[in-house]
Design a protein around this ligand. Structure first.
Ligand code: HEC
Ligand code: HEC
Ligand code: HEC
Ligand code: HEC
Ligand code: HEC
Length: 220
């Protein structure tokens, strides 16, 4: 009798582990959190931002365009034409520069094509990259930290104050001082950011505004 019981328990355990796996797999396919594709170049955000190279130095279109660009090899070579040129890790980068064949990075963040999204609108409202991409400056290889679901977009549009991380100097986003911005709210938001990540000298963002949740805002 005892053996049967432990067999049953084992069976229940096996089945529940199987269900858990299926659940995790479905969840992963649905929301992509943790998605970390393999890249041709082992580019480390952590290493580069440690040298105070701002996000916008490489992804400069984020401030002015819907799409944030990925840097071309030419951007890498601004520094690497003279820096670490012998490194094995830079072999592909130098080969790409010599041959003019782009490096071809795998996309990490990807919305379905039927969704309208604009970086510049969000950046110019004083929303730091970390709000949507996490603390990339602490990541070696970058991975997805938000699920990019409609619920996520809409939740923030309704109550941005629960989500926003104001611009940090490492992002390179500049905002003129805006006296209308609520200083208390800023302090509350900042208290949720680990202090080693926070840079003391960021500019004051624009007043937090609610955004539209009309279907046509994000869908044609
Ligand atoms: C503004 C200057 C600058 C730019 C632009 C830049 N890097 Fe770097 N890179 C650095 C510095 C500084 C280091 C660290 C060197 C060190 O610590 O020895 C580094 C290190 C690296 C390393 C590690 C090399 C090793 O042997 O450890 C790789 C790989 C790398 N960069 C790739 C890239 C790629 C790819 C790009 C373009 C997308 C790029 N870098 C753009 C400054 C730059
Ligand atoms: C020196 C250049 C450089 C700097 C500075 C830099 N990045 Fe990147 N970034 C890259 C490169 C190259 C890739 C593509 C390779 C990869 O995904 O690792 C990339 C990829 C990304 C992606 C994923 C894009 C996709 O495919 O969906 C995000 C998000 C991103 N960076 C955000 C940031 C943020 C936020 C900062 C500032 C904390 C930053 N980057 C600073 C070069 C840079
Ligand atoms: C409000 C959220 C949000 C903010 C803030 C944000 N991003 Fe993004 N980012 C996204 C989404 C969503 C995508 C996927 C877009 C798509 O697939 O059309 C993305 C994609 C990217 C990509 C890949 C290229 C592209 O446009 O698809 C890069 C690079 C990137 N972001 C960098 C940045 C940087 C750098 C900042 C800060 C200056 C930033 N992002 C701020 C949400 C955001
Ligand atoms: C962290 C908060 C936040 C997140 C997350 C966010 N947004 Fe926004 N979004 C805003 C704010 C704030 C504005 C208002 C900008 C303005 O009017 O200056 C805005 C504006 C917009 C606009 C322009 C609206 C207009 O009036 O033209 C679009 C389109 C948009 N967001 C799409 C998206 C999509 C799609 C996502 C999810 C992939 C998303 N947003 C995620 C905060 C957010
Ligand atoms: C702030 C941006 C935003 C607004 C506003 C918005 N959506 Fe979406 N919607 C998204 C995003 C992002 C996706 C893709 C991610 C997902 O499937 O969750 C999406 C996906 C969808 C899908 C496909 C879902 C699926 O499972 O394939 C439908 C249908 C849809 N939206 C309908 C609507 C309707 C109806 C409204 C108005 C009541 C609306 N959306 C408002 C951002 C938005």
């Amino acid at each position: 009798m005892k053996i049967w019981k432990s067999k049953n328990i084992a069976l229940v355990l096996i089945i529940s582990f199987f269900c858990l796996d299926v659940f995790l797999a479905i969840n992963y396919l649905r929301n992509g959190i943790g998605f970390r594709p393999k890249q041709n170049v082992s580019f480390s955000h952590k290493l580069h931002t440690k040298y105070k190279i701002t996000c916008l130095f490489c992804h400069y279109q984020a401030e002015t365009h819907s799409f944030a660009n990925l840097p071309t090899t030419k951007t890498c070579m601004i520094c690497h034409i003279a820096l670490r040129t012998e490194s094995q890790l830079l072999k592909n980068v130098i080969a790409s520069y010599d041959s003019s064949i782009a490096l071809g990075y795998q996309k990490v963040y990807d919305l379905p094509d039927y969704v309208r999204f604009s970086h510049s609108l969000h950046i110019r409202s004083g929303i730091d990259c970390a709000t949507c991409h996490g603390f990339v400056d602490q990541m070696d290889s970058i991975y997805q930290v938000r699920n990019l679901t409609m619920g996520w977009c809409v939740d923030c549009h309704k109550n941005p104050e629960n989500y926003l991380i104001p611009p940090r100097s490492i992002s390179g986003i500049f905002y003129p001082n805006d006296p209308a911005f609520n200083q208390n709210k800023l302090q509350i938001l900042l208290s949720s950011v680990p202090s080693n990540i926070l840079q003391a000298t960021f500019p004051i963002p624009k007043k937090i505004i609610k955004a539209s949740v009309e279907c046509s805002t994000c869908h044609n």
